[in-house]
Design a protein around this ligand. Sequence first.
Ligand code: APR
Length: 312
Amino acid sequence: MPQKVTVVGAGHVGATTAQRIAETNLANVVLLDILAGIPQGKALDIWESGPVCGFSSQVIGSNDYADSADSDLVIITAGIARKPGMSREDLLATNARIIASVTKEVTRYSPETIILVVTNPLDVMAYLVNKLSGFPKQKVVGMAGILDGSRFRSFLAQELGVSPQSVQALVLGGHGDTMVPLPRYASVGGIPLTELLDPEQIERLVQRTRQGGAEIVGHLKTGSAYYAPSAAAAEMAEAILLDNKKLLPCSAYLEGEYALNDIYMGMPVVLGGGGVERIIELKLTPAEQNLLLQSAAKVKESLKLLEQLELF
Ligand code: APR
């Protein structure tokens, strides 16, 4: 039987993610939203591209969680997107209430599923889904590091005049201004980045990466990024559906790793059919560890705001 993926939220990120997953031919897709007609229309439109794009996945739109029953993977993108001047944290209260209601329905209809959280502020929303679902920590994972890493890799490739595919880079920490790009772990065709660019050049691109989401919001004015975010979510979905155990930076629940506890943050993980199958602990320098702790402190501040909402 084909696998089943439900994407909750049929907005920019959700619809694009549904399209990308349908195009992989790996699963049938249910696109779900509270707005009547929107998921149905978008799903039909995506499905009708199948003969041209060469996929045979079913794609249906719905406003009823019964249609999501027994999903193998649920991707949550429901919520409001950022507008200019807003930080990801500004979305917290509104999106937390949306995520709470979504989690209740998702767990009711798909008690065995893996949940991939995309809604911002990402690390806080993943934490909330973890607490409300009662799922094992491996089964709730957040999308952030692949997106941040992809932005960093794009900027590095442009600076060096090489194919983006030659560039590997790792971004850890919270998905916000305190994210922790790790130039020491970046490489270009196997050559350490630090041998190809000087520290000032790297720092400029690190800063652009930290502001990558805001840069897009600044252009769009009415919403936030969705092409790169959906590409990142689809890569994670593929790793889970194929059980291919890709090593990817994802937001995962930490219990002592990197000296952090009871928090979701971006870490290198092995992602497979079981969800987050392993967290890889790197030997960070004191300066890198310090940046990670600062990032964690920022996420913890947001978790305090979350607790005040008394949703769990
Ligand atoms: N249940 C289902 N869908 C909902 C709910 C809900 N309770 N509340 C809102 N939605 C839907 C909206 O109707 C809308 O179609 O979520 C969708 C959000 O779509 P957009 O406004 O286009 O936002 P998008 O750009 O997709 O971003 C969604 O992803 O990357 C993050 O920061 C981004 O948190 C934001 C989320």
